[in-house]
Ligand binder design. Structure first.
Ligand code: ZN
Length: 461
């Protein structure tokens, strides 16, 4: 590249604000800017000297970074004469330099995608600051005098939504799908890509018919099962919309938990702990769709269910689980019950090793308690905790039952009594009504004492 003539290379130096990374450019939020004219022979020391004179700053503890026209989002350190030469060589006529120091704010990039909504991006872009260079990087051209308007436009087009890849997911009559559900998923993605809502006229496994939600719009698609197979084939596809600008502006995309679960499947598989607020911002950023907290939560639960199976099915494993525990750990008590309709009712588990150690070396005191379970099936976790010779808590038994009723506590305590045999123990509890009766019945009323913590809390109330 041809070196610039002496004195006609301009370094636009930003300081006091914050670098914000957009999809394919950098923006600088707040702060100020000064122009530093240099030549291809200007040394780093000379550059600092000119900058400090222009910005009226001291040179101590300042650090500099710059970008090139080829990699406008990559910040490179500027701290040597060699860096000065690269800055001149890999930019045309002007370059952006970002200054960081104790007396100026952090210039490390803030990623729009993670920390800001598009609305906030608009507000950044529309703030006129002296340092607002904005989108010359994008246009690859000369700085323009209409920066304010231009920046707002460019931010609004800060990259195509990811849903556009589904633009041809539905393409012609004769297209087939393995099952109706696959057709529904593809249709949903197609509607996101083309920014329209649809309504079902018929939605059965063997016959599907939808049309555009905008009244009078001719868009429609129909599919039917091929003979008696689950395979469905598109029989009618009129892929033409007749929308007004007002329709496009006011149309809210369909945000169904099931659909969100389908499009976020891979993301949730990689990061199962993705929270509903993060799902909301991800969906908004990538697909331009507003979803509520509840929809995001339901989408997450649906995805989890697809990966791990239905939680209710795991209850079917209980008999196997209890038998396996007893086989592999002699002395274990693992019992379960169900109601007349074979629905799960109660579970009690005490590992053989825990029981043996309790009988051998623990103090004859057992604290019983229960706490709510927040899973879809609710109920409560019951626990029996002993204390070893060092007065440390020693887990003895636990159970899954309904919450705080006499029958369940009685069932749990009877199993507890069964494992300690004739040993006399003192039961500590919060003396809930259900416990007052059941503990007295199984262990004797004289062996039931208050939990001091609960007692104190109850007085506090
Ligand atoms: Zn339409």
């Amino acid at each position: 590249m041809e070196a610039p003539n002496a004195g006609n290379f301009l370094c636009i130096c930003h300081f006091g604000g914050e670098v914000v990374t957009l999809i394919d450019s950098l923006n600088y939020k707040g702060g100020q800017a000064v122009g530093v004219s240099i030549t291809k022979d200007t040394t780093f020391a000379e550059f600092i000297q000119i900058f400090c004179a222009q910005a009226m700053m001291h040179s101590t503890e300042l650090s500099f970074m710059y970008t090139t026209k080829y990699l406008p989002t990559q910040l490179l350190p500027l701290n040597t004469d060699c860096g000065m030469r690269d800055l001149v060589s890999f930019n045309d006529n002007y370059a952006y330099v970002y200054v960081h120091g104790e007396r100026v704010q952090n210039i490390m990039p803030t990623h729009i995608s993670e920390q800001m909504s598009r609305c906030e991006m608009d507000s950044i872009a529309s703030v006129s600051t002296p340092s607002e260079h904005l989108f010359e990087h994008l246009t690859n051209g000369v700085p323009t005098s209409t920066i304010g308007y231009m920046s707002r436009c460019v931010v609004n087009q800060s990259g195509p939504l990811e849903s556009t890849v589904w633009g041809n997911a539905l393409h012609s009559t004769g297209q087939t799908f393995a099952i109706a559900e696959e057709f529904r998923k593809i249709l949903y993605k197609f509607s996101l890509a083309h920014n329209f809502r649809y309504k079902w006229k018929r939605n059965a496994p063997n016959a599907l018919s939808t049309y555009c939600a905008v009244e009078g719009c001719p868009w429609q698609i129909k599919a039917r099962a091929i003979r008696s197979t689950p395979i469905v084939r598109v029989t009618t596809f009129n892929n033409v919309h007749s929308h007004t600008a007002h329709d496009l502006i006011t149309m809210a995309l369909m945000s169904k938990a099931k659909g969100i679960a389908a499009i976020l499947k891979d993301k949730l598989r990689q990061d199962p702990d993705l929270t509903p607020p993060k799902i909301r911002s991800e969906v908004k950023r990538k697909y331009g769709m507003n979803v509520s907290y509840k929809q995001a939560w339901r989408a997450k639960e649906k995805t989890k269910m697809n990966f791990c199976g239905d939680v209710s099915h795991t209850y079917k494993l209980l008999p196997w689980l209890c038998n396996s525990l007893k086989d592999s750990n002699p002395g274990t008590i693992a019992e379960w019950t169900c109601d007349a309709d074979l629905n799960f009712k109660q579970l009690f588990i005490a590992y053989g090793c825990s029981v043996n150690e309790f009988l051998l070396g623990c103090r004859p005191i057992i604290a019983v308690n229960s706490s709510f379970l927040s899973a879809p099936y609710r109920g409560a976790l019951y626990s029996a905790t002993a204390f070893n010779a060092d007065d440390e808590m020693y887990p003895l038994a636990f159970g899954i039952l309904s919450y705080e009723n006499y029958e369940d506590w009685l069932w749990f305590l009877q199993h507890l009594k069964g494992l300690i045999g004739s040993l006399k123990v003192t039961i500590i509890s919060d003396r809930h009504n259900a416990l007052l009766e059941s503990v007295g019945e199984v262990f004797g009323i004289q062996n039931h004492s208050h939990c001091f913590t609960h007692l104190k809390e109850n007085f506090g109330k």
